[in-house]
Design a protein around this ligand. Sequence first.
Ligand SMILES: [Ca+2]
Ligand SMILES: [Ca+2]
Length: 293
Amino acid sequence: MAVVNIKIDSIILGPATGIASWSRMWDTTGATDGIHTITAYGSVGDLEISTSLITSVDNTNPTISTPGDIVFEEGTTGHVLSWDVFDVHPSYFEVYIDDSLYMTAAWESEINITLDALPFGEYNLTVVIWDETGRSASDTVMVTVQDITTPVLSEASDLTYVEGTSGHTVEWTASDRNPYSWSLLRNGAEIDSGIWNIREAVFTISVDGLTAGTHSITLTIYDKAGNEISDTVVVTVEPAPETTGTTSTTASGPTSPTGGEGSDPILLIVIGVALGSVAILIVIIVMMKRRSG
Ligand SMILES: [Ca+2]
Ligand SMILES: [Ca+2]
């Protein structure tokens, strides 16, 4: 015959049940945090028994500090978020970016997350800390990685050519971390636009086929944050010299470029990226509508 009782510290919890081993549930949620001594005592036949073990109760959630939201320019360095965390029974922490698990790691008394690699955008960054008893705490910080850097666009030179001659181009180099779009204007009116998605790009425009006179050609480029920059060149087309002894049978219109009737001037835009000495080229052909008269 065996009688085994359990006490917590000096308070009797009640009898344990069993034959060869004995057990009793202890609801620790009402116990005070900290160290407790669990003692099993009683008699097995004529033998008096008593054995103790030490345990620690933790009914307290971890604590976490609340650093402020952070804004920084993409590509700059030294941006670190730090949380001070505490628990008597620490276990591990998780980091979520926009509700997706980014990392899990063993508990540290100070959790530091370096943000430098985040690209342009806005993010929710959440740290969840867990103790050994499954209690948790969390904090969320808004991270804004901004782009206030205007794209870089080279300045192209004005040029002059004789009407009807060919091979005349204007070239711009353009760069930005977040390229977005381009717009091409002639004399202030947009004649084409498109997607710019190469960080280091070369825009080459053929200006052949323009009528005699001056023409302003403007390239405007935009990044994803709405920053923009433009450059304008003036293309002066001098009239072709009179050719003697040739009769013109198509004299009804004003001066027309070589290439036959109806040949609208064509702008050829080449957008490229320099990868060492290799260039990847995307070719876009733009038909320039010629103003009548
Ligand atoms: Ca705890
Ligand atoms: Ca930019």
